[in-house]
Design a protein around this ligand. Structure first.
Ligand SMILES: NC(=O)c1ccc[n+]([C@@H]2O[C@H](COP(=O)([O-])OP(=O)(O)OC[C@H]3O[C@@H](n4cnc5c(N)ncnc54)[C@H](O)[C@@H]3O)[C@@H](O)[C@H]2O)c1
Ligand SMILES: O=P(O)(O)OC[C@@H](O)[C@@H](O)[C@H](O)[C@H](O)CO
Length: 382
């Protein structure tokens, strides 16, 4: 069997990446710091996922094991040395923390004179995720390592779509996922062209796909989460029963369509409307309850310059198109509280002690005073 190393044995890691790798005859070594999950993977060597639909189909995933990167770094390096593919679904903020280990894995391949190419694919909700990981890995490589990596190591960007909520089962490995799934990889950045994963769409230009996904699924999801929280809901499907939240979602999707149509020839209005209608259906899947706290997590990240609100706001503004509903949700992010979310706590602490304009500039990276002022006025108006 081919060997895969996957960083992040969490919801999407087990609930989607593991499934695709298994279906493509890979044995998967999951790398994580969660001792319970790692132990269970090693004790059983398999787990099940369930599709959240009327039939509730179960899919067994075999040939899996686990490594704890905090406790077994040498074993992780060895696994990378022997891998045919490496993937991550660990969270954008965590990528820098695994970069050194990945660099050591690349160095081990070079030292062993391995000439088989290897791709590292970051399956995170961010534009340019794998390139971002590469930039962090490069900091640990010598010029000689970089020359090797240029020929034999790829960091193709990817977009991954499947709603996998937090799991609360007695079995720590069991994961319930929505039936829909989509994984798109940038073909032009792949080094190991011999691996072609069934169930993955290979795009010659990923940018329109990741923008369509991030600005439709994730901007929409976050719109429901922050508006839902503001109006007192606890779950995504619950929030969408509130007309104010549904209306915010519909108007946000309309703004998103305006942007995507203005930017990419690839899309047309009818297809995008159907795509957005399908997303609304996915958000209210009666077999899948998703907590607002999961979708609203890490609000400082979500306010980032290239993230799901600020990037479309900038680009709509550049084209003189309306971004009023995006802006209204951004204001609500500044009102979001969750004591168990370190970034939510940090944001509220900063808002209590610093000038609002400075906090907005700092978390969004915006320098356009017109946009910064618009956000400030929207926050103050709440
Ligand atoms: N859940 C979804 O619906 C979904 C869908 C598409 C993409 N994503 C993206 O996938 C990524 C992971 O999301 P998730 O929902 O699976 O989160 P998750 O919290 O369920 O999984 C993340 C895993 O990473 C592990 N981890 C954290 N720090 C680590 C470290 N330093 N070293 C090793 N492991 C570490 C955690 O223990 C956890 O098991 C995020 O970028 C998310 O945006 C999630
Ligand atoms: O994972 P985040 O925090 O970037 O975003 C939260 C959700 O919107 C996200 O996990 C979606 O469920 C997922 O992106 C669906 O494909």
């Amino acid at each position: 069997m081919k060997k895969a190393v996957h960083f992040g044995a969490g919801n999407i890691g087990r609930g989607f990446i593991g499934e695709i790798l298994h279906k493509n005859d890979f044995e998967v070594v999951f790398v994580d710091v969660n001792e319970t999950i790692i132990n269970a993977l090693n004790e059983r060597g398999n787990y099940e996922i369930e599709l959240a639909e009327d039939a509730a189909t179960r899919i067994p995933i075999h040939h899996v094991s686990g490594l704890n990167n905090a406790k077994q770094p040498e074993a992780v390096i060895e696994a990378i040395k022997n891998a045919n593919i490496v993937t991550t679904a660990i969270g954008p903020n965590i990528l820098p923390f695994i970069a050194e280990l990945i660099a050591k894995g690349i160095q081990a391949r070079q030292a062993a004179k391995i000439m088989a190419p290897l791709d590292f694919i970051a399956c995170e909700n961010m534009i340019g995720g794998s390139e971002f990981l590469k930039s962090k890995v490069d900091a640990f490589l010598t010029e000689e390592n970089k020359a090797y990596a240029t020929t034999y190591i790829g960091f193709p960007n990817a977009a991954v779509d499947r709603i996998v909520p937090g799991q609360t089962h007695a079995d720590p490995l069991f994961v319930v996922v929505e039936p829909f799934s989509e994984w798109v990889i940038d073909q032009s950045q792949i080094r190991n062209t011999l691996i072609h994963l069934n169930g993955v769409h290979y795009a010659t230009d990923l940018e329109p796909f990741i923008e369509r996904k991030l600005f439709s699924v994730n901007t929409g999801h976050a719109t429901v989460a922050y508006n839902g929280f503001y109006y007192g809901s606890e779950t995504i499907d619950g929030a969408l029963k509130d007309e104010r939240v549904m209306s915010a979602l519909l108007q946000t999707q309309e703004e998103t369509r305006e942007l995507l149509l203005a930017k990419w020839d690839l899309f047309n209005e009818a297809e995008l409307s159907a795509y957005h209608e399908k997303i609304r259906g996915r958000f209210v899947n009666p077999h899948l309850s998703d907590d607002i706290s999961r979708v609203a997590r890490t609000p400082i990240r979500k306010l980032g310059y290239d993230e799901r609100f600020i990037r479309p706001i900038r680009e709509l503004n550049d084209r003189n198109l309306s971004f009023a509903t995006h802006l209204a949700t951004v204001a609500k992010i500044f009102k979001y509280t969750d004591e168990s979310d370190a970034q939510a706590v940090e944001l509220q602490k900063r808002l209590a002690t610093e000038d609002l304009i400075e906090v907005i500039k700092s978390v969004t990276g915006l320098t356009d005073i017109k946009l910064v002022t618009a956000i400030k006025e929207a926050v103050v108006a709440l």
